[in-house]
Design a protein around this ligand. Structure first.
Ligand SMILES: [Zn+2]
Length: 230
């Protein structure tokens, strides 16, 4: 899954309004941000097999640290815990932790049965939505629209950057996603890992958007109560 993870980050802003969109993107995509690093380190392995699934040519040979259910929960607890230690924002920490775990759940929907339950587990799961480009693309795009709608109802731009930086990010996500269907598969596994590192760009982008938007849901009124009259 790709767009769906950003949809979770956008929607999560409603549940944790004081948490930056950058942090929520980092959390919802952490498993895929970690994965290319582990590939380059030789810890995890992938093979490019054109035609393996209609919507995805990757054979995830081994990725227990980044993509097993147990490790997703461990990462969620660790990242949520670090967030709480730094920010002391309880609901934010829960949402950050759950966003990390949500990645595995969304991947479960699209992957073929290649997601391990824990490192070393021979049980691998996946519902295989990637067997259909039409269905998986529809699900991803609907999720993105829902996430964006929730985010737009939760925040509003305080200047032009707040709108345009968001629009540009959503536009680029769509271009990357749709372009993946029309472009050739990655040249080799090393190139795939290096290009996947580009996902890290969306984290500072999220912080940038967040600084130019303000929360309109559950925020304190800007005029002090006593000035508003009876
Ligand atoms: Zn993933």
């Amino acid at each position: 899954m790709f767009l769906g993870h950003y949809a979770v980050a956008l929607a999560a802003k409603r549940a944790a309004p004081r948490t930056s969109l950058g942090t929520l993107i980092f959390a919802a995509q952490w498993l895929d941000e970690l994965w290319p690093i582990l590939l380059l380190a030789g810890v995890e392995r992938v093979r490019i097999v054109p035609g393996l699934m209609a919507a995805n040519p990757l054979d995830f040979v081994s990725y227990p640290i980044s993509h097993s259910l147990l490790m997703a929960i461990v990462w969620g607890a660790v990242i949520g815990g670090i967030y709480f230690a730094v920010r002391r924002y309880v609901s934010g920490a829960w949402i950050v932790g759950l966003a990390v775990v949500s990645h595995w759940v969304l991947d479960l929907v699209v992957h073929r049965p290649d997601l391990p339950l824990w490192p070393g587990s021979t049980t691998r799961v996946g519902l295989g939505l990637w067997n259909s480009i039409a269905i998986s693309a529809a699900v991803e795009i609907i999720l993105l629209i829902l996430g964006l709608a929730i985010y737009l109802r939760t925040t509003r731009a305080i200047d032009w950057i707040g709108n345009w930086a968001l629009a540009a990010m959503v536009g680029l996500l769509l271009v990357v996603y749709v372009g993946g269907f029309f472009g050739p598969p990655p040249k080799d596994e090393h190139t795939l890992a290096v290009t996947t590192l580009v996902l890290w760009v969306f984290i500072p982008w999220g912080y940038w958007i967040d600084r130019h938007r303000t929360v309109v849901l559950g925020s304190r009124p800007s005029v002090p109560i006593e000035l508003q009259g009876p």
